[in-house]
Design a protein. Structure first.
Length: 334
């Protein structure tokens, strides 16, 4: 990541070779950042959207002692590292401070996990984004939301070995997002059709992101690639045209979902239940095991999650459900 990539000169006031925040504002801040649905079926690593529930919270305070520390983590059952170099939140904050040449700043972080880890809903992304949004606020909003994305990608690289943006970009920017290019990074906000809801069900089974990525074919047939990019174009067009039917026709994946769905118990039955109960389209959220359906209203979304949870209960699989409108704002100060 280079200064050229972020073009921060337009947003920073430079004094004595250091980036100077106009005002630090409050010394303590608490931020919520949303869960996200990555891929949106056909857009592997390039499409994603944010939801209002669930999400993670970060409490951050500035101190007089230089360095970034994780003071406390709740809600993770002891799974996440307190080592600042290994935690996605603190590591991303360190990259941010280094970029603005403010390594003299002291930061204490408390991370409060409010969403399931390993759910396919961008758990590491939500934590990382909450931390970056918090430090950027404390330092005086030196960077725009889009300029924060590369720092959040560093957190994703630490979490799963690959710095993709289809979770972190919508978590930071809100709404639907298209990652047109990674080199150079080119991120485009897409419109959200009026009234759209997401019906999300998280079957509590283990599908590690790294394992799910390793299952994906490295080479594909040209005819499958043609089908896939036609669906991506159709989905993006449907969002702009507010055309639910076109969105639904485009939510088909011939490259990744056929393999990944094998890891999710009852996947095909849950798809059928979603479509029978009025879903626009259905698929895997990120690498799974969470699944999601897009709907035209909240009531339809509730019907779908209820039917799917009943099916999982018959399979003796515990699950959590979330019904949410599309989050248009991204993170917010609590």
């Amino acid at each position: 990541m280079s200064n050229k990539d972020l073009n921060p000169a337009e947003t920073l006031e430079i004094a004595d070779g250091k980036a100077k925040a106009p005002s630090r504002g409050l010394g303590v801040i608490r931020v919520f950042a949303p869960a996200t649905v990555a891929n949106v079926v056909c857009g592997f690593d390039v499409l994603g959207f944010a939801v209002n529930e669930p999400g993670d919270e970060v409490e951050m305070r500035l101190t007089d002692t230089p360095g970034v520390i994780i003071k406390r983590i709740t809600g993770d059952d002891g799974k996440l590292p307190l080592d600042a170099a290994k935690n996605t939140v603190s590591a991303s904050v360190q990259h941010y401070l280094k970029h603005i040449n403010r390594m003299d700043v002291g930061v204490e972080i408390e991370l409060h996990k409010k969403m399931p880890i390993g759910s396919g809903l961008g758990s590491s992304s939500a934590s990382t984004v909450a931390g970056l949004y918090a430090i950027n606020k404390l330092m005086g909003d030196l960077l725009t939301a889009k300029e924060l994305v590369p720092f959040a990608m560093k957190g994703e690289e630490l979490a799963c070995g690959y710095g993709h943006a289809d979770n972190v970009a919508p978590a930071i920017m809100g709404g639907f997002v298209l990652v047109r290019s990674y080199e150079p990074l080119d991120i485009i906000s897409l419109p959200t059709p009026v009234g759209m809801y997401a019906a999300i069900v998280y079957p509590q089974v283990d599908v590690p992101t790294k394992d799910a990525r390793q299952m994906i074919r490295s080479k594909v047939f040209l005819k499958d690639a043609v089908t896939q990019w036609g669906n991506v174009a159709g989905l993006v067009s449907g969002l702009f045209m507010n055309d639910f039917d076109l969105i639904g026709r485009s939510m088909k994946d011939v490259l990744v979902e056929p393999t990944r769905s094998i890891l999710i118990p009852g996947f095909e039955v849950m798809r059928n239940l979603a479509m029978e109960n009025g879903a626009i389209g259905f698929g895997i959220s990120g690498s799974g095991p969470s699944v999601f359906a897009l709907t035209k209203d909240e009531e339809t979304a509730k019907k779908i999650t209820k039917a799917q949870q009943q099916h999982l209960h018959k399979l003796n699989i515990n699950s959590k459900a979330f019904v949410s409108s599309i989050n248009a704002e991204g993170p917010r100060v609590l």
